[in-house]
Design a binder for this molecule. Structure first.
Ligand code: ATP
Ligand code: MG
Length: 336
């Protein structure tokens, strides 16, 4: 069988008042059935834009301006409305960062989950209600018999996100897109939901596209990881490889932002990465990360690197990927 999802050289542009920006540029990646792929990067690097393209649910001023998104071997942007309805919320389900946006405030929890079973699984009223109750148990909602009768506003943030996850799973999707599913929650609830995903992965067959700015979260849930910077994929590899030895200086710097990751506390300097994110409206021909890079050289200022092989299943968009500092070492001061 072929890949489940294939992004081939995808570019996504937003029309703004005076100009157009390419928020995602030339991204190619493949997700196999059942695989969990984590996508990380700083705010504004294009993660949500990419996720919305996978749902073919771009903002009104956004377009796929280059490349293709293939899902189950079919061009997602060429499906007709009826085909798209089966895919969106059915074969592909998404959990957004903010659970409120996915819930209908006027419908009881049980009815909302049951509706997915009626719409996408063709269950009748009673069996759908029973399936909904089962699903709420599966996402470990305490007292599901009581919760089905509640409205979203009567639930805590963590419970609401569990309901949204139950709705996504109810469709029995082949691909589950999770866009920062725990960022809006406090730390202990976050940890509970991550444990839930880890356990669910054992039972379900859906592939996962897991978006996060947190590397530790991706490590817990995913098999492979892609790192984005300024709209580009700059590193990709198995979680084992990338965590053992990152091959892009940006990824190495991201590791240094995780408290206590492979660094003695006395060496800790970075709270974030020094310097700002690139202005997408004014890109030159250099490497996008060059202004912030600790190991950049002349070549990096004049030529934009392609993704290159840095290991058997490991890609890096850095000419000097072999010199990437080990996590921890990047906290040293930039040499002149
Ligand atoms: P975050 O971690 O903050 O969620 P992100 O990685 O999801 O960030 P996106 O939301 O995909 O980033 O945004 C990518 C870029 O596109 C940013 O520069 C953002 O300002 C821009 N952008 C996003 N949505 C629109 C829009 N509707 N119109 C114009 N520009 C947009
Ligand atoms: Mg986002």
């Amino acid at each position: 069988t072929g890949p489940l999802l294939e992004l081939d050289n995808v570019t996504i542009s937003y029309q703004r008042r005076r100009d157009r920006v390419d928020a995602v540029r030339g991204v190619s990646l493949i997700i196999q059935p059942g695989e969990a792929y984590g996508l990380v990067g700083e705010s504004g690097c294009g993660k949500s834009t990419l996720a919305m393209a996978v749902m073919r649910h771009l903002p009104r001023n956004g377009i796929l301006s280059g490349g293709q998104v293939l899902f189950e071997d079919r061009d997602l942007f060429r499906l007709n409305q009826a085909e798209l309805r089966r895919v969106r919320g059915g074969r592909i389900a998404m959990v957004y960062q903010n659970p409120e946006s996915a819930l209908n405030p006027t419908l009881k929890v049980g009815e909302q989950v049951a509706e997915v079973f009626r719409l996408h699984r063709a269950l009748r009223h009673r069996p759908a209600a029973e399936a909904a109750l089962d699903m709420l148990r599966k996402v470990r909602i305490a007292e599901p018999d009581r919760v089905v009768g509640l409205y979203p506003y009567q639930l805590s943030g963590g419970m609401r996100q569990r309901v949204v996850i139950a709705m996504a799973l109810a469709a029995d999707p082949a691909l589950l897109v999770l866009d920062e599913p725990t960022t809006a929650l406090d730390a202990t609830v976050q940890a509970d939901i991550l444990d839930l995903f880890t356990d669910l992965r054992g039972e379900m067959k859906a592939a996962i596209l897991f978006i996060s700015h947190n590397l530790a979260v991706v490590q817990q849930v995913c098999d492979r990881i892609g790192v984005m910077y300024g709209g580009e994929l700059i590193e990709q590899g198995t979680v084992a490889e990338v965590f053992k030895r990152p091959r892009h200086p940006y990824t190495a710097a991201l590791f240094d932002c995780i408290p206590d990751f492979g660094v003695r506390k006395s060496d800790r300097r970075l709270a974030g990465i020094a310097g700002g994110v690139p202005d997408l409206a004014a890109l030159g021909t250099a490497c996008l990360y060059e202004p912030r890079c600790l190991i950049s050289r002349q070549l990096c200022r004049v030529e934009h690197p392609d993704l290159m092989r840095a290991g058997s299943r490991h890609l890096s968009r850095c000419f000097f990927h072999a010199e990437t500092p080990a996590p921890g070492a990047a906290a040293r001061v930039r040499p002149e």
